[in-house]
Design a binder for this molecule. Structure first.
Ligand SMILES: NC(=O)c1ccc[n+]([C@@H]2O[C@H](COP(=O)([O-])OP(=O)(O)OC[C@H]3O[C@@H](n4cnc5c(N)ncnc54)[C@H](OP(=O)(O)O)[C@@H]3O)[C@@H](O)[C@H]2O)c1
Length: 333
């Protein structure tokens, strides 16, 4: 079968052996895969070389075409997606120890015609969603869901702050509106801000025109501060996020789009404020299932910006790198 592997020279289309499911494994025909910021870091090998050429990407959706003889959870024909952590985080707090996730380290990903994984790795898909839409759920969707509803506690009437218009933030916007919260969203682009308005964003701030978006968020909330932040920016945004948050509010530490070092102003910003900060690492299979139930009930559709063909995989990665996307970038197989 054909697969795209991560090589030092860039993603490379290769011929791989057909996966044969073990007794507890499920064989899936991959129909679509989506890209995350993490895939750029892995493709560049900027945090060190990979131990071997692995198959790219963590997120996909597809159809079960065969099952090992011990499989009981799934049947041929079902539409499924694999969790980001392949098999072992079913519910509760994140597991300690090795955190092997699809498409990173020594673990093959999903940008292949077929994948075989343990039956526990999969969730079934909401009926309403096309495979392209469903392929966006495992990382960006589950992360935003987990931040608000598993580790966090967003309520109707709360004010949520979203940074930028990438995958996690746009799911965050959709889930904030689902909760009946008010959403303040920042972006570097006025065009993207208008798209966010159509998705229900209540207050828009261009963070290039208004670098002091924390002050703006305070002003928009009458000086009180926001209740919840999905912190995807990291180094250059965290201290501002703390300043924008009300005492006792919560900040979900998710990303490092501007780097992961801590801003020296952070301690001063946080001192005496009682802001809760918690690290988020995607979410469990239970979080994924809970999210899918809500998506199905509310007929919510993930925001897919562009779909590329399997042959155009490198163009899809370059498009993600350009930062022109709004929501998710997808590859159809
Ligand atoms: N902890 C976890 O479990 C977890 C899970 C998923 C992702 N992440 C991390 O979360 C981050 C976002 O991931 P993603 O896949 O959603 O990324 P993405 O789709 O590539 O998002 C990129 C967008 O982020 C916005 N952005 C960049 N710098 C910004 C800044 N200084 N302030 C505000 N917005 C900024 C830009 O939006 P505009 O063009 O609108 O300005 C950009 O288009 C990454 O660091 C990723 O590694 C972590």
């Amino acid at each position: 079968m054909k697969a795209w592997e991560v090589h030092p020279a860039g993603w490379t289309l290769v011929e791989r052996d057909e996966p044969i499911p073990e007794p507890h494994e499920v064989l899936v025909q991959v129909k679509a895969a989506s890209l995350n910021y993490r895939d750029l870091i892995i493709a560049r090998q900027s945090r060190g070389p990979l131990p071997r050429a692995i198959i790219a990407l963590s997120d996909s959706a597809g159809q079960v075409i065969a099952t090992g003889h011990e499989v009981t959870r799934l049947k041929v024909g079902q539409r499924v997606a694999a969790c980001f952590f392949a098999q072992h985080w079913l519910e509760g707090a994140a597991p300690t120890g090795p955190r092997e996730a699809l498409g990173g380290g020594n673990t093959d990903g999903v940008l292949a015609e077929r994948i075989a994984l343990h039956e526990d790795a999969f969730v079934t898909l909401p009926d309403d969603l096309a495979f392209e839409e469903a392929s966006t759920l495992p990382c960006a969707g589950v992360t935003a869901w987990h931040a608000y509803y598993a580790s966090g506690h967003l309520k109707p009437g709360d004010v949520a702050l979203l940074q930028g218009t990438g995958g996690v933030s746009i799911f965050g916007l959709q889930f904030a509106k689902l909760a009946g919260a008010r959403a303040i969203l920042t972006s570097s682009s006025d065009v993207k801000l208008q798209r966010a308005r159509q998705l229900g964003a209540d207050d828009l701030v261009n963070y290039q025109v208004v670098p002091g978006w924390d002050e703006r968020a305070l002003a928009l909330t009458g000086g009180a501060g926001v209740d919840a932040v999905l912190e995807v920016g990291g180094r250059d945004t965290l201290a501002r996020s703390v300043r924008a948050t009300r005492p006792g509010g919560f900040i979900s530490l998710i990303g490092g789009l501007t780097g992961f070092d801590r801003d020296p102003g952070l301690r001063e910003a946080a001192l005496g404020k009682g802001v809760h900060m918690h690290d988020i690492y995607v979410g469990s299979r239970r979080d994924f299932e809970d999210m899918n139930r809500a998506i199905a009930f509310h007929h919510l559709h993930p925001v897919v910006d562009r779909v590329f063909s399997f042959a155009q995989a490198r163009e899809a990665l370059a498009y993600l790198e350009s930062g022109l996307h709004f929501g998710k970038v997808v590859i159809r197989l």
